[in-house]
Design a protein around this ligand. Structure first.
Ligand SMILES: *[C@@H]1O[C@H](CO)[C@@H](O)[C@H](O)[C@H]1NC(C)=O
Ligand SMILES: *[C@@H]1O[C@H](CO)[C@@H](O)[C@H](O)[C@H]1NC(C)=O
Length: 284
């Protein structure tokens, strides 16, 4: 399958969730993510390549195995050392590679815009904005850990939702993440933990390098486990317009996710039968 069109984020930056969103929006066959996420690779073991499929999600093992198989039978490949793509210039750039991929088209897109539109359709921006700017303003502290999330935090939380500019720190993506691992946990996101312990902020969050993991801290540094966030959202779905309108067909969790969601679902009659029937169908 010849690929003749590449869509790349401005300055080469896209969070993993934004890649997923763009793949679905433009109906791409998939997306390649060069990421410092915890897939060991590269000289320092902090570089990896992810491939997401047409539904926006990570490729299933079958696809990865097939890719690995094909790499073993490749007979030739060509490189284009003179191809210069200006990642800082938004818009279309066409290249004539003098082969069957004619023209070879590269589009540099705003890294945040499409993802922001998606979030607007899910969450109640008006309610969040009044929470962050109203008289009883919730003071927040967000640490983007110099990963890819900086532009998203600035544009979405500060520009769109009205959080003061000084609510967000480490928002410039750096190649070395400013020297500290962009690991949003209690070991590495210590600056956030310290800031929250000061008692000034009611909500804190940090993100990993590619924006698909986060840590949430409550007042005085209370650690909210990501598995608990899922259960909290499940318990408060009516406050999220998208789910209020569309309903929910299921909650997914994987091997490392705790059973917090199960405890919530089993405690409400609304979902009880659903959970049980899922358990049964898993057993069958
Ligand atoms: C934080 O992440 C690092 C690297 O993945 C890990 O070694 C460490 O145990 C984690 N700390 C906590 C508290 O989860
Ligand atoms: C969220 O869910 C919890 C647990 O059921 C409940 O105590 C709380 O009132 C809910 N909050 C809102 C805003 O609905």
């Amino acid at each position: 399958l010849p690929i003749g069109r590449l869509v790349i984020g401005h300055n080469g930056l896209l969070s993993t969730p934004a890649v997923s969103c763009i793949i679905r929006k433009i109906k791409a066959i998939g997306g390649i993510i060069l990421t410092a996420s915890h897939n060991p690779g590269g000289p320092g073991g902090d570089f990896g390549i992810k491939f997401n499929v047409a539904n926006g999600g990570p490729s299933p093992d079958t696809v990865l195995e097939r890719i690995a198989q094909v790499t073993r039978t490749l007979e030739e490949f060509a490189i284009c050392p003179d191809l210069r793509i200006d990642l800082s210039r938004l818009g279309r750039q066409d290249f004539d590679l003098e082969n069957k991929f004619k023209p070879f088209r590269v589009e540099i897109v705003d890294s945040v815009e499409v993802y922001l539109q998606l979030l607007r359709n899910i969450f109640d921006f008006g309610a969040i904005k009044s929470l962050l700017t109203g008289p009883d303003q919730l003071k927040i502290h967000i640490d983007a850990m110099n990963g890819v999330m900086g532009p998203y935090v600035r544009r979405i939380l500060c520009d769109e939702l009205g959080a003061p500019a000084n609510s967000a720190v480490n928002c410039v993506p750096l190649e070395d993440f400013g020297g500290q691992p962009p690991e949003p946990n209690l070991t590495y996101a210590t600056a956030l933990v310290e800031a929250m312990k000061g008692g000034e902020f009611g909500f804190g969050a940090a993100f990993d390098a590619d924006g698909d993991r986060y840590m949430i801290l409550g007042e005085s540094g209370l650690f909210v486990h990501p598995s608990d966030s899922l259960a909290i959202m499940a318990a408060n779905l009516s406050t999220i317009p998208y789910f209020k309108q569309m309903g929910v067909r299921g909650f997914a969790r994987s091997m490392p996710t705790s059973a917090a969601i199960d405890r919530y679902l089993l405690s409400t009659t609304r979902y009880k039968n659903y959970v049980l029937s899922e358990v049964l169908s898993c057993m069958l």
